[in-house]
Design a protein around this ligand. Structure first.
Ligand SMILES: Cc1ncc(COP(=O)(O)O)c(C=O)c1O
Length: 371
């Protein structure tokens, strides 16, 4: 049986520095824990939640985004929204302008609808789409633009003017714009495409990363009422989204303003330590720094080593879980690993100790070991 890194990591989860899924381990435990404990004490899990979602939560999401005319919808993570949106709005033969690298799960959903993505290669500066390239890529079959901002896996963020220009293209060409803003709270100056093309934009949001509740599986999308109605026909959560997840999301979103700045500060400090470590390992480099999200890519192509082998070495020998690039880029996945870093400093200590050693071990025979 081939090595299954997730199985291994889950089996050893108490010993693993989990730097592989852009999850957030920095939210103060008192934000979520007591709210969940109370809901469990009240045995709220015995009943179904209110179908359309707790109005307090919907209100908090609407206020978090401040987009007049856009209504929030709840799903089991942003992932379910992405599935519903592609299913509801795309048909066989449609094209979606997207990128490579990208969060390829969305591309898979596009293909399930019979549509296809046109992946623009962005593994070169500025490591993101530009309005000019998006415009050039539009053809008669184009139905949607996929704008993931900040971008998983590279950590690139879109300047406001670029978001605006891409939104205007969507507006002018009557295209849909899928704006996935899962990591927006980590960015210096995030902009929302819906500010510029409100009638064509569907904004996918998540509380997995900013609020540190990925395991609870809650997120959603915002859209103008008519589009929302079209997408909502594909809702499978007719009986509502997990009640405990909603309780946790209310507790987190209601207080985010008090603690998120500290999460972001620690995330950036961790990123700087990883950068210093990578700078000290010849042949490895960071295409994008600083990341506007809580992850970035470490390029190892010059060493000619396999990212999967490096992932396995870091995990099995050092208990440090990073992700090989193959699931994030058909064209460049053999060149990088992705590391995420909204983690306590002790996890970063482990990474900076392990990375040089693991690179040397894997590259043995490919490059001369350091003196
Ligand atoms: C760009 C992007 N969109 C959506 C998701 C899915 O998030 P959720 O946990 O809300 O399903 C992820 C998760 O990594 C992501 O990176």
């Amino acid at each position: 049986m081939p090595f299954d890194p997730f199985r291994y990591a889950h089996q050893h989860r108490n010993e693993i520095a989990w730097l592989s899924q852009n999850t957030n381990h920095l939210v103060p435990p008192e934000v979520i824990g007591p709210a969940l404990a109370e809901a469990i004490r009240e045995r709220r899990y015995e009943g179904y939640p209110y179908g359309p979602g707790d109005p307090e939560l919907l209100d908090l999401v609407a206020r978090d985004f401040g987009l007049p005319g856009q209504r929030p919808f709840l799903t089991a993570g942003g992932t379910e929204s992405l599935y519903m949106i592609t299913r509801a709005l795309l048909a066989a033969g449609d094209e979606v302008v997207a990128s490579d690298p990208s969060y390829l799960i969305i591309h898979r959903f596009v293909e399930l609808s019979g549509a296809r993505t046109k992946n623009l290669d962005i593994y070169a500066p500025p490591y993101r789409l530009t309005a000019e390239r998006v415009r050039e890529a539009i053809g008669p079959k184009t139905r949607m633009i996929l704008l993931i901002d900040p971008l998983n896996p590279l950590g690139s963020g879109y300047p406001r003017e670029e978001v605006r220009a891409i939104a205007e293209i969507a507006h002018d060409h009557h295209l849909l714009l899928l704006n996935d803003v899962t990591y927006r709270d980590f960015a210096d100056a995030p902009a929302l495409a819906a500010e510029y093309a409100p009638e064509s934009t569907i904004t996918v949001w998540s509380v997995s990363k900013n609020c540190g509740i990925a395991g609870l599986r809650i997120g959603g999308f915002l859209a103008p009422p008519e589009l929302l109605g079209t997408i909502a026909r594909f809702n499978t959560n007719d009986l509502g989204v997990n009640v405990l997840a909603q309780v946790a999301a209310i507790a987190a979103l209601g207080t985010k303003g008090d603690w998120f700045a500290a999460v972001r500060r620690q995330t950036r400090e961790n990123g700087a330590r990883i950068r210093a470590c990578v700078d000290g390992v010849p042949g490895t480099s960071l295409p994008v720094y600083p990341s506007q999200a809580n992850m970035m890519v470490i390029d190892v192509a010059r060493l000619g080593l396999s990212p999967e082998a490096l992932q396995q070495e870091l995990l099995e020998r050092h208990g440090v879980f990073v992700r090989a690039g193959n699931y994030l880029s058909p064209a460049h996945g053999k060149k990088f690993v992705r590391v995420s870093f909204s983690n306590p400093p002790r996890d970063i200590d482990r990474f900076v100790a392990a990375f040089p050693e693991a690179v040397r071990a894997v590259a043995h025979g490919v490059i001369a070991p350091a003196a």
